[in-house]
Every structure is written in C-alpha cells, then in structure tokens.
Design a protein around this ligand. Structure first.
Ligand SMILES: Nc1ncnc2c1ncn2[C@@H]1O[C@H](COP(=O)(O)OP(=O)(O)OP(=O)(O)O)[C@@H](O)[C@H]1O
Length: 256
C-alpha cells in the first residue's frame, strides 16, 4: 500500500518551490519557452519509459536525458551563476558568513572617502557631466577592473571630476572604487536586460543596474542629460537623489 507521510509532503513542496524559482529565473531571462520545452520533454520521457515502458524509445530518451544535464548547464550557465550568486548573497546566508569571516575594517570605504564622491557627483550633476562610479563591497570586482585602466589613487574629488570631464580619455565607462582607492576607470560593466527599467534611462543606467544585479556593489550614476543622481543597489534603483540622500544611502550601505 502506498503511504504518504509528512516527509513526502515536504519533498513535493520543495520540488514545487524549486520549479517555481527556476520558472521565475527563466521568465526574467526570457528563456521561458526553453523551460517549457524541457518540462514537456521530461513529461514525455517519464510517460514513455515509466508508464508505457517502451524500451527502444525509452532507451534513446534515457541517453538524451543523461547528456541533457550537461547541455542544460552549458545553455543556462548565466542563469545558474545568477541563481548561485543570489543564494550566496541572500541576507541571512551573508549574516551567517559574516559571523565567521570578519571583514578587514582598515580597508573599508569610510566617511572620509565618501564625501569626495558625493561632492564630485553633485558638481558633475550641476555641470551635466555623465559619470558612473561603482563601489566594491564584499564581492570582488577584479574582473571588471581588468576591462579598464588601472589608476590606484586616493579618493579625491578633483580627480573624480577630472576623469569624467568630457573629452578626458577615461571619461567613457565606469570608475571602480575599492578599499579606499580609486582602482580603475573606463571599465565595462554588464548591461542589465531587465524590462522594469524606465525607458528614458539609457545604457549608463542599465550598466549600473547590471553590476548591482551581478554583485553586491553600489553603482552611482550621474546623468549627462538631466544631471540627476541615482544609485543602484542589489537590482534596485534609488532615483533623483539630493546630496544628503546620496550621503545617507552610502553611509548606510557601506555599514558604518
Ligand atoms: N556597459 C557599460 N559599462 C560602462 N559604461 C557604460 C556601459 N554602457 C554605457 N556606458 C556609459 O554610458 C554612456 C552612454 O550613456 P547613455 O546616454 O546611453 O546612458 P543614459 O543612461 O541615458 O545616461 P545619460 O542620462 O547620462 O545620457 C557611454 O558613453 C558610456 O560612458
């Protein structure tokens, strides 16, 4: 007699939750049809090999399924990476990790480093100079730094303004700040394909959103068109910020 206990209920619930999460991830990355295709294939495979017990077709499909796992990993490496990143970056998981790994506080971006950034953003906003500044937190931005030019200088308001000044060789792309230093400029960030970003925001904002979705970095954008300042953190935009709001967000997020 088939028994259905609490363990089976939890089992089914976990599988349903996992499928729902994969469905959402696929929907966000516009791969929903591929997900539906895989589901249809699995249902047909189970039907053919388990219920109808058709040996020839079943064995062909068994082979396809065993190769299919590798194919899925290759096809969805970006989504799998994002899923694992989200899992690792989850607030509760992060909280537990921080209990064991204490950060190197002497290298943490502090108030002294924030003010030049805030002041430079305000000045650039007033002068309608576009800028994109990414501040590293726990996840490393080494791969992003490699796409630009190394600077390795103290955080200095005039230097920031100078780098983003129109026609300066490094004004294009993003500046990366890490461990109380301006590490690089002219860096290329991953561009977000999210459909939730307002249409009037262009590539600079999409790049800020992209890095905030891929890492725990804070991305500050100064719009060349409007002079407005925005911040992207963990896939969320804080738009049209004043100096005080920018300062308070940075202070809070950099955890003083
Ligand atoms: N992937 C990227 N990584 C880094 N910087 C980028 C990236 N894509 C675009 N940019 C920067 O954004 C600039 C283009 O900005 P665009 O006008 O498309 O954006 P925007 O969001 O409308 O901002 P603005 O309001 O300043 O016009 C580029 O010149 C470049 O400096």
């Amino acid at each position: 007699m088939f028994e259905f206990g609490i363990k089976d209920f939890v089992d089914i619930f976990c599988v349903a939750l996992m499928l729902y999460y994969i469905y959402r991830l696929m929907k966000e990355s516009r791969s929903l049809n591929v997900f539906i295709g895989i589901m249809v294939f699995i249902v047909v495979w189970l039907f053919v090999s388990q219920i109808l017990e058709m040996r020839l077709l079943g064995s062909i499909m068994d082979k396809l399924v065993s190769v299919g796992v590798i194919a899925i990993i290759i096809l969805f490496q970006e989504e799998i990476r994002k899923f694992l990143y989200n899992l690792g970056a989850h607030r509760r998981v992060n909280g537990i990790i921080r209990l064991f790994v204490s950060g190197d506080n002497k290298d943490k971006v502090d108030m002294e480093s924030i003010m030049p950034v805030v002041m430079a953003c305000m000045n650039m906003g007033k002068a309608r100079i576009g800028a994109l500044i990414v501040i590293e937190r726990i996840s490393s931005l080494d791969d992003i730094v490699e796409t630009g030019d190394i600077i390795d200088a103290n955080i200095n308001q005039r230097l920031i303004e100078n780098i983003f000044f129109k026609n300066s060789p490094l004004h294009d792309g993003a500046m990366v700040i890490s461990k109380k230093r301006i590490r690089a400029a002219g860096c290329i960030l991953p561009v977000s394909h999210s459909i939730d970003i307002p249409k009037e925001l262009g590539l600079r904002h999409r790049a800020a959103m992209g890095i905030s979705q891929d890492s725990d970095a804070i991305a500050i954008v100064v719009s060349e068109e409007t002079g407005r300042i925005s911040v992207a953190i963990k896939g969320q935009f804080h738009l049209r910020l004043s100096a005080e709001q920018l300062e308070s967000i940075l202070t809070r997020e950099l955890d003083f």
